[in-house]
Design a protein around this ligand. Structure first.
Ligand code: FAD
Length: 474
């Protein structure tokens, strides 16, 4: 066994080179707190291997020393998933140096990448080759493919292209004992038993280190049509979704909902962002179509759909972007929500999904229940309505201190998650369980599901060294 002290550090230096191991607290600091500034941890070392074999050797050394490992990509998790705890026992294993595009197959329309490649670089590499990689989210300039896989990320184009699990054909994974599973298959059909790939996707770094992936590519859309639409409420937005689908079919790529309170908050907090309508509506929807068609035809199609929705009194006002700059400024409104929330103050956050047809009912019931529990509470609700996924965030009543409000967090989360469970929904649609929601797993997950997950965890990670304290209750 290697000791946790200098013995392990020396061995890790041998594996990755002295320059790629950080032991000084100041050097480590950027790796030890999360994007929201909510979680902070300490670590024995931050290690940055450059190859799959180096990852494997690091895992062997850490397993021999019984040292926990916290995998980390771009460190943009919104649930504290990539931040170590305060025990100071863990090694943070950062994939940032594993940033190669390994191969692009234009016939099979696939791309093989290292897990540390930043999402935006994958999008750009696909575009340069005349293809399209559709995963798109606010953190795309920082988050990595490995983190996207471990969190089974969603984003704004799920409606058309699916979540990360649906965008991935193969994986390469280093197991907690250092063995390398080469599942880098580019197969669209493979019926040879259990889908191991799907087990690691969404496992939040608790079963192994994802080091490579084969991703699906798509034809590059040549036309986009973007609109911002005012609606009366979430129910009207859902009916609008049906109308747009009927007129536009699979061209519908994004359907993003924001309440009027959320829009007002964005305008209050972010100087150069404006709602592109005369006034802030009761609720708004960002709609985007994309196609390999011409731009005019696509805009005309969107206008026809919106005209039909206006005839049905579903839309009270609408603007269709006339050029790229207008489309960008509409998107900036949606992309500014996370930053605006951070500036607005402490939020009790929820990332729920329910069957699409039940989402209006969920919002009505949750709004009522939280207002009864805490009069004056301010729900800031937005999300990927077409996926049944809402970010149901709660802000303090204006007369209440942040401290007193945060103390109510457990009660408010119970209310929101009970409303979710009642509709057979999920308490994490895309941000992951991490540390933030781990306590909720025992309440919201069926006992048999939890038992099966824990059995798989014990099989792959019998010493419980992979990302402890995340995803599964101890
Ligand atoms: P990290 O934060 O580093 O890690 C995330 C989890 O994956 C952790 O549990 C970590 O241990 C594990 N992990 C990381 N790399 C590996 C690996 N190679 N092998 C095994 N485990 C690993 N998410 C959405 O789904 N949709 C959105 O629309 C969305 N919008 C966002 C907007 C903003 C502004 C921000 C900050 C985040 C947003 N997110 C969204 C959260 C999203 O989950 C992350 O941005 C992203 O998927 C995580 O990638 P990352 O590389 O930063 O992973």
């Amino acid at each position: 066994m290697v000791s946790t002290g200098s013995g392990l550090i020396d061995r890790l230096k041998e594996i990755v080179g002295t320059a790629n191991i950080l032991t000084d607290p100041q050097d480590q600091a950027p790796f030890l707190s999360d994007w929201l500034g909510k979680y902070r941890g300490t670590a024995v070392a931050v290690v940055r291997p450059g190859t799959t074999q180096e990852v494997a050797d690091v895992m062997v050394a850490c397993a021999a020393a019984y040292v926990p490992v916290v995998p980390q990509g771009g460190h943009t998790s919104l649930s504290g998933g990539a931040t170590p705890d305060m025990s100071g026992c863990a090694v943070v294993l950062s994939l940032v140096r594993m940033n190669r595009i390994r191969a692009l197959d234009p016939i099979g329309q696939t791309m093989a990448v290292d897990a540390g490649v930043i999402l935006a670089n994958v999008q750009n590499a696909a575009q340069e080759a005349g293809f399209f990689f559709p995963l798109s989210l606010g953190a795309e300039g920082s988050c990595t493919i490995g983190g996207n896989l471990a969190a089974n990320a969603g984003g704004v184009a799920v409606l058309r292209y699916g979540v990360m699990r649906e965008l991935t054909l193969g994986l390469e994974v280093v197991l907690p004992d250092g063995r390398i599973w080469n599942g880098m298959k580019a197969l669209r059909k493979d019926n040879t038993g259990y889908a191991l790939r799907d087990l690691f996707i969404g496992s939040e770094g608790t079963l192994g280190i994802i080091t490579g992936a084969v991703l699906k590519l798509f034809p590059q859309p040549t036309a986009r049509a973007t609109a911002f639409v005012a609606v009366a409420d979430v129910g009207a937005a859902l009916r609008l979704l049906g109308v747009v689908r009927k007129h536009c079919g699979d061209r519908l790529t994004a359907f993003e909902f924001l309440t009027g309170e959320t829009l007002a908050m964005i305008q209050r907090q972010i100087d150069d962002v404006r709602v592109p309508l005369g006034k802030i509506p009761a609720a708004g929807v960002l709609i985007e179509l994309s196609d390999i068609d011409d731009e005019m035809a696509l805009s005309a199609r969107l206008e026809r759909a919106l005209g039909a929705a206006m005839d049905d009194a579903l839309v009270t006002d609408a603007v269709v972007a006339q050029d790229n700059a207008q489309a960008k400024s509409i998107w900036r409104l949606r992309e500014s929500v996370s930053q605006a929330l951070v500036r607005e103050g402490k939020a009790i956050k929820h990332d729920i999904s329910v069957p699409v047809a039940e989402i209006a009912d969920f919002v009505a019931a949750a709004d009522l229940a939280v207002a009864e529990a805490l009069p004056g509470i301010r729900p800031m609700v937005f999300g990927h309505l077409g996926d049944g996924n809402l970010h149901y965030n709660l802000m303090r009543p204006l007369a209440m201190s942040e401290e007193a409000f945060v103390a109510q967090g457990g009660l408010l989360t119970r209310i929101v998650h009970d409303q979710t469970s009642r509709r057979h929904g999920s308490i994490s649609a895309e941000h992951g369980i991490g540390q933030l929601r781990v306590g909720e797993m025992a309440v919201c997950k069926a006992p048999l599901e939890l038992e099966l997950m824990q059995a798989l965890k014990r099989l792959l990670d019998p010493d419980g060294l992979m990302n402890p304290g995340k995803l599964l209750p101890m």
